[in-house]
Every structure is written in C-alpha cells, then in structure tokens.
Ligand binder design. Structure first.
Ligand code: BT5
Length: 251
C-alpha cells in the first residue's frame, strides 16, 4: 500500500482493497476529488452498458480516480477521451486509441498490425457540487492468453511490454493529472492531442449504436466535443456514443 501511495504522489490519496466488486462503485460512495480506489482483484468490474470487465487476481490494474474536471458541462463528453489519451501516453508510443477510449496495442501474434484492447475506461458523472468524474481504468498487465476473457483482448506482457503494475499506476495518474490540466486550460484544443493518438481516424468502420442499429462508413474526424464524424452512403453523421469495429479491407 505504501508503494502505491508513493507511486501516486502527493496529488492523489490512494485506498487499496485486496478484493472489491467494482472500484467505480466504491469510489462513488463518499466521493472526494483526487481520491483513487484500487482493487488488487476486482470481482464485478463494470464496462459500459452493463457489460462486464473481467480480470484475474494479481494480473491487472483496476482502479478509479475521482476528480473535478473543472470544465463547463458542454465539455464533459470529452473527459473519457482525456482519460484514454492519458493511459495511452503512460503506456508509450505503441498504444493507440479506438474511439472513444479503448487503448489498443499490437496483439501477441499480429505481425499484420492487428491491434487488440489492453485497457478499457468507464467514466461516470456524479451529481455532487461541483460534479465529480469517476474515471475507472482497467489495464491488462500480466495476463496470459488463457486469462483473457475475449479474443479481442491482449495484455502488456503478451504484447512484449512487461511492466511493473505499481510503476504503471503512478505513470497513469501522473499523465491523467497532466492531461486533465491541459484539457481544463483549453477544452476546445484538447482534441488535437487526442487525434494524434487515434487508431480510428481515417478507418472504415462499423459503429453499433445504442438500440440495435449500426452504420458503416469512413471516419473523417473527431470533433472538438469528442464526437465521431463518419462519412456514410447516406451522408455525414456525428456520433456521440457507440461501439466501433475497425473493418479490414473487403469487410
Ligand atoms: C469498457 O467497457 O471497456 C470499460 C471498462 C472499465 C473497467 C474499469 S476497471 C476499474 C473500474 N471499475 C469498474 O467497475 N470498471 C472500471 P466496454 O467498452 O463496454 O467494454 C466491455 C467489453 O470489453 C466486454 O463486453 C468484453 O467484450 C470486453 N472485455 C471484458 N473484460 C476485458 C478485458 N480484461 N480486456 C479486454 N476486453 C475485455
């Protein structure tokens, strides 16, 4: 525990749980800005839309950082992108972002450049005064192939990037604080940083939308409010939510 607090630095107050249901749920109970709840083993991790985030004991980094983004409500949709960007920076050049905030790295057997998800992020907004963001971050660090829940996942170890979990934790928090500060200083300008890390810009994609609809097209932009701009046969659409699948040639 002392190592975790030391890695986080004085800007954050860290609470460690050996086992927890969901760190996002725990962090929301008595929310306080700059508090980080960490689980060594998260047993009921939450994804978006009631999906599960599944990690074995001791192999992943699962935590939730509570913060006040310090921006007008209109800019809150960008907060998840800021978090994804911060994690990608902490992991290094090999990491790119699938819109809005999945962090991808090359898979274990992917000379072809096929990339897999190494980190998922769930941002929830609390109606406190001021409103606080609970930024839940799950990073696959040491998992073996057999320990990954889905074929689209990989871990840093499998991608040839072994890293100490505690060091990575400190790096992510440092980048998170830095990226949130950059964002708060100029919310409209943040997306320029994000675009440079995007694996989705320029790609042909299918986007599965809430409510069983999907669209296909080419991604032409991520706008200043974090929206995905897609050219489709029926015109240009700007999406604020959805699951993106990068299509391969011919798909
Ligand atoms: C996410 O949702 O990617 C957000 C995940 C956030 C997890 C963190 S861990 C700390 C904090 N506390 C929580 O309770 N949650 C946060 P989504 O985009 O909906 O992706 C979920 C989907 O990713 C699942 O339906 C699986 O297909 C896949 N998945 C589940 N576990 C995974 C893993 N360990 N690695 C990669 N993919 C996974």
């Amino acid at each position: 525990m002392a190592r975790l607090q030391e890695a986080a630095g004085p800007a954050w107050r860290v609470t460690l749980h050996v086992e927890a249901g969901s760190t996002n749920a725990l962090a929301s109970v008595e929310p306080a800005a700059q508090h980080v709840v960490v689980a060594d083993h998260q047993q009921a991790g939450r994804g978006r839309l009631d999906r599960a985030w599944v990690t074995p004991p001791g192999a992943a980094l699962t935590f939730s950082a509570v913060c006040d983004p310090g921006v007008d409500t209109a800019w809150w949709p960008v907060v998840p992108l800021v978090a994804g960007y911060a994690v990608a920076r902490a992991i290094g050049e090999v990491a790119t972002l699938k819109w809005p905030n999945d962090v991808l790295v090359a898979g274990p057997s992917s000379g072809s450049g096929h990339r897999r998800k190494v980190c998922g992020i769930l941002v929830e907004r609390l109606n406190t005064q001021p409103p606080l963001a609970v930024i839940g971050i799950g990073i696959n660090v040491d998992q073996t192939d057999a320990e990954l829940p889905v074929p689209t996942a990989t871990s840093l170890a499998l991608a040839g990037r072994p890293v100490d979990r505690t060091e990575l934790f400190g790096d992510v928090l440092r980048h998170l604080r830095e990226s949130l500060d950059t964002f708060a200083a100029s919310p409209a300008g943040f997306v320029d940083h994000y675009r440079a890390r995007s694996a989705t810009l320029g790609e042909r994609v299918r986007v599965d939308l809430p409510g069983d609809r999907s669209i296909t097209g080419r991604v032409v932009d991520v706008d200043a409010h974090g929206g995905l701009v897609v050219d489709t046969d029926d015109g240009t659409l700007t999406l604020s939510a959805g699951d993106v699948v990068h299509l391969r040639p011919g798909e």
